[in-house]
Design a protein around this ligand. Structure first.
Ligand code: UDX
Ligand code: ADP
Length: 470
């Protein structure tokens, strides 16, 4: 029986291993993590991450061939294949600060693998890492190997949160990069055999190590670039009276361009896009390619511009001041169907409005109060560390209240910002919301804007609603 161990029970490691266990009943899969609460949660009825379909998969295999443990060393020692899916934060100090990946957790995982191994192992890079990380890891492993043979593979994950299980069941492709030596090719085949349990062979691509590592950064950079392109276009649409959703539909029907990832939004978020592009920029700079670095940097600049533009628009539509005005924020997660808030544009929008002294009432169906408070007080890039090493929020932000109902959030609000495209927001009774908050304000003759962001950015002012329902 092949034994797999995955170091890191996060958004990538957890769902990926659960699906491998489900599809390969003869393989024993153990997911290990240094975070005790995270492992306890994986072993409980309340999984640590919200992902449609995940609970069902975990329940089918947990205790049979899927296990979650904090006994990292034991399970690594016993495994034939070790996936590494640990945090790779952006460096906040030293060489490459603000761009380069901090490989502290990766390096400590590699040293531990070398220390505890008593049999040959295939070590698989799962977390996104800068190109040539495999080479560095290979050095650490082979210099401390005690005669054990380690083969390093790069097997980047392309799943998107919210659709992780669907993406894992039916991936566009699985990419495996390895050394082009007989041992390297054998290792690639061993991993290919795991995926071949459910992925058609023509969708399993094999490349050299560096191509696999770079492909992951490139894929995320291309996706993010499409969003920045359409968001840049949204600014022009607003200036000219064009409708960005009509423009993106028209553009996307060209089969050479395609319709996906052309939704204008308040900006992209998530743990990957910004981090991977910053990495790409840094690699370009290190390789003497400043023009290429500048090109990709622009994708992030437009993303920041879009978030600022949204805040400015809210403030501008409320007589240039939001001081002491209540603004309802519907949605805080970086996209629907996840409770993940890493790099969510909601953080920047909320901080921008708080900077202008607004009072915020925030509702998200999946994000807990302490997470929102932590996000609003945490420094940039501090989120990407194991949970128990993340700074606790020193204080709560007083002008922020977190509520558990969209109607409660909008009560007496001066403005409503929809920042995540949760389906439930599409069916909210906006007439009711409008009358709840507008009723009291009529005497002041004030109009209150209703601004929508997220992946279905539309902006409409209350007079539109009045017209719709006189
Ligand atoms: C992304 C990649 O899609 C995935 O392949 C990779 O493995 C990890 O990074 P993820 O971050 O989970 O996945 O979410 P994704 O669906 O790509 O969305 C990222 C951000 O872009 C979200 O904030 C989303 O709202 C935004 N987005 C997406 C848009 O603004 N417009 C779009 O058209 C699509
Ligand atoms: P991703 O989205 O890439 O899965 P996460 O932050 O959700 O990232 O998960 C990474 C996990 O890796 C965290 O749960 C963290 O505790 C774990 N981790 C980091 N370093 C180590 C290590 N040396 N050994 C075991 N687990 C680790």
């Amino acid at each position: 029986m092949v034994k797999i161990c995955c170091i890191g029970a996060g958004y990538v490691g957890g769902p990926t291993m659960a699906v491998i266990a489900l599809k390969c009943p003869k393989i024993e899969v153990v997911v290990v993590d240094i975070s005790v609460p995270r492992i306890n949660a994986w072993n409980s009825d309340q999984l640590p991450i919200y992902e449609p379909g995940l609970e069902d998969v975990v329940k089918q295999c947990r205790g049979n061939n899927l296990f979650f443990s904090t006994d990292v060393e034991k399970h690594v020692a016993e495994a034939d294949i070790v996936f590494v899916s640990v945090n790779t934060p952006t460096k906040t100090r030293g060489l490459g600060a603000g761009k380069a990946a901090d490989l502290t957790y990766w390096e400590s995982a590699a040293r531990m693998i070398a220390d505890v191994s008593k049999s040959d192992k295939i070590v698989v890079e799962k977390s996104t890492v800068p190109v040539k990380t495999a080479e560095a890891i290979e050095k650490i492993l082979t210099h401390n190997s005690n005669g054990i043979n380690f083969q390093i593979l790069s097997n980047p994950e392309f799943l998107a949160e919210g659709t992780a299980i669907k993406d894992l069941f039916n991936p566009d492709r699985v990419l495996i990069g390895g050394r082009e030596t007989p041992e390297g090719l054998e290792a690639v085949k061993a991993l290919k055999d795991v995926y071949a349990h459910w992925v058609p062979e023509d969708r399993i691509l094999t490349t050299n190590l560096w191509s696999a590592e770079l492909s992951k950064l490139a894929a995320n950079a291309f996706l993010a670039q499409r969003i920045s392109s359409v968001n840049a276009m949204s600014a022009l649409c607003e200036a000219t009276g064009a409708d960005v959703s009509q423009v993106s539909h028209a553009v996307g029907t060209d089969t050479r361009i395609g319709p996906k990832f052309l939704n204008s939004s308040v900006g992209f978020g998530g743990s990957c896009f910004q981090k991977d592009i910053l990495n790409l920029v840094y690699i370009c700079e290190c390789n003497g390619l400043p023009e290429v670095a500048e090109y990709w940097k622009q994708v992030i600049k437009i993303n920041d511009y879009q978030k600022n533009r949204f805040v400015n628009r809210v403030v501008a539509s409320m007589f240039n001041t939001v001081a002491n005005k209540k603004v309802a924020i519907l949605g805080f997660a970086f996209k629907k169907d996840t409770g993940d808030t890493r790099e969510t544009p909601a953080i920047d929008v909320c901080k921008g409005l708080l900077g202008d002294k607004a009072r915020l009432s925030i509702y998200d169906p999946q994000v807990a109060e302490d997470q929102i408070q932590r996000d609003l007080t945490m420094k940039k890039f501090d989120w990407d560390h194991p949970l128990h090493l993340q700074p606790m929020s020193p204080t709560t932000v007083k002008q922020v209240s977190i509520v558990w109902d969209a109607y409660e959030a909008t009560k007496d609000a001066h403005a409503v910002c929809i920042l995540t495209e949760w389906d439930e927001f599409k069916t909210l009774d906006f007439q009711k919301i409008y009358f709840i908050f507008f009723g009291q304000m009529k005497s002041l003759m004030e109009t209150r804007p209703l601004l929508m962001g997220g992946s279905f950015l539309q902006t409409f002012q209350l007079p539109d609603l009045v017209l719709a329902n006189p």
